[in-house]
Design a protein around this ligand. Sequence first.
Ligand code: SAH
Length: 381
Amino acid sequence: MKVELDLSKRPDAAPAPKSLAGMSLPALKAEMETLGVPTKQAGMRAKQIRRWAHHMGCRDFMEMTDVAKDLRVQLSDAYNLDRPAVTDHQVSVDGTQKWLVQFQPGVEGESVFIPDVSKSGALCVSSQVGCTLNCTFCHTGTQKLVRNLTAQEIVSQIMIARDQIEEWPSSMENRRLTNIVFMGMGEPLYNLDNVAEAIDTISDGHGIAIGRRRITVSTAGVAPKIPELGARTGAMLAISLHAVRDDLRDEIVPINRKYDLQTLFEAIRAYPELNNSKRVTFEYVMLKGVNDSLAEARDLVKLLSGVPAKINLIPFNPWPGSPYECSDWETIEAFAEVVNRAGYASPIRTPRGRDIFAACGQLRSESVKKSAAEKRREALA
Ligand code: SAH
């Protein structure tokens, strides 16, 4: 379903003042100093703005009643609290919502809100526009990398969702947006500095207040960055595994040519604080006749031995021109049973938002497609 957008509030052509919405605390403090706030007070002012902007969802400096009046005026002149423009918004028959966010002209990315029956809900955010990875079953992989998103741009996706589902202030009870998953466009571990800064802002209890255990970062397997992710963010780890043999993984998740399964699993085992209450999620897309045999299910169990793990089986979501089919339902269930019997939770992920192309791997924005030469170059990089 298409939703009519109110575009009347979009900034006109004049360069807009800088937005403070979604900025990290250190960045806010630096802005206060630039504005001429004495260094001794800059930290305190940054904290006040953080609470109003990120906890209350405030969009007008004049409402920040504990900030001195002249500073409020000064802030209003120099800055705003705008979010990036939403250029498309769709709602699926199953309640999933997708926003196309314009970070700057020509730089657009998608975020997807997936409400759950149990009243919790996850927002799937993008960390890059486009992607360099070329996983053969993923639509985003057909799109060139445009650029990394900044920490502020990552956080702004959450602020947009909170605006739209009307969940300010952050502390409200029974909220529907309870979890953040870095499973949108891009490879978060190729943008780790910004992802880590964004996670600091998201998990800040005086701000957006979504705890680190409710934030999951998914990677296709940038092995050297995996332990660092854990040490810097305390987030939950998800691995896009999809194959249990190097020859097949080399083909469908080409980053495997750089970091093979053994290297990947060494890095996973070094992820800090893994135990039965902090498990690694392994994502496994079910591709008919490619990776869905029972022998592969048994090999998967062997590969995971000793790793506190849960396995998410993802029915393949088709996209225009995609070269695969989704495994049959009986095959997926039989695969899940082998994994379950070995003692691992292995929920089959219900595809959400397929009708609006919001499901896993279907995200892309209208941007330049990769040429074959670019794909080869990236695979060899
Ligand atoms: N680059 C990161 C973050 C993207 S997460 C990563 O690879 O983990 C998106 C998830 O959806 C990944 O597990 C990805 O492999 C999976 N996916 C991609 N295309 C898909 C498709 N067509 N159907 C189902 N899952 C898909």
